[in-house]
Design a protein. Structure first.
Length: 119
């Protein structure tokens, strides 16, 4: 992903990824309820996302359509996290994640399966 989306813009994108195509008014209503933003704030963020090529505006009713898939953003954000915080070391990130909380046997088994599939 070449376009860097900030946390506030990701909130707008999150609504679209969860609900599919949504009007700007509906996005505004949802984010007012979830994070307390007013309509102007949400509309400004939608316009920023449009400017970055992350959202396409369609008519009628200023219908917003996500142009960037969630998975693409997840990969880019994860890569940035690994580079920024863990010096590019996936194993340091993995150790930090599994060391933070008690994992169930099912979660441990799934992680083993992921590692085996990566080999």
């Amino acid at each position: 992903m070449e376009t860097k989306l900030f946390d506030s813009e990701l909130k707008v994108m999150g609504v679209l990824w969860k609900r599919g195509d949504t009007t700007a008014k509906q996005i505004s209503d949802i984010l007012k309820e979830e994070v307390g933003w007013n309509m102007n704030t949400t509309y400004t963020l939608i316009k920023r996302c449009i400017g970055k090529g992350a959202i396409e505006r369609r008519e009628p009713n200023f219908l917003c359509h996500a142009l960037i898939p969630k998975e693409e953003v997840q990969v880019a954000e994860t890569d940035e996290l690994i580079d920024k915080i863990y010096d590019g070391s996936v194993d340091k990130l993995f150790a930090a994640l599994i060391g933070r909380k008690k994992l169930s046997k099912e979660q441990i088994q799934r992680l083993k399966q992921i590692v085996e599939e990566a080999e």
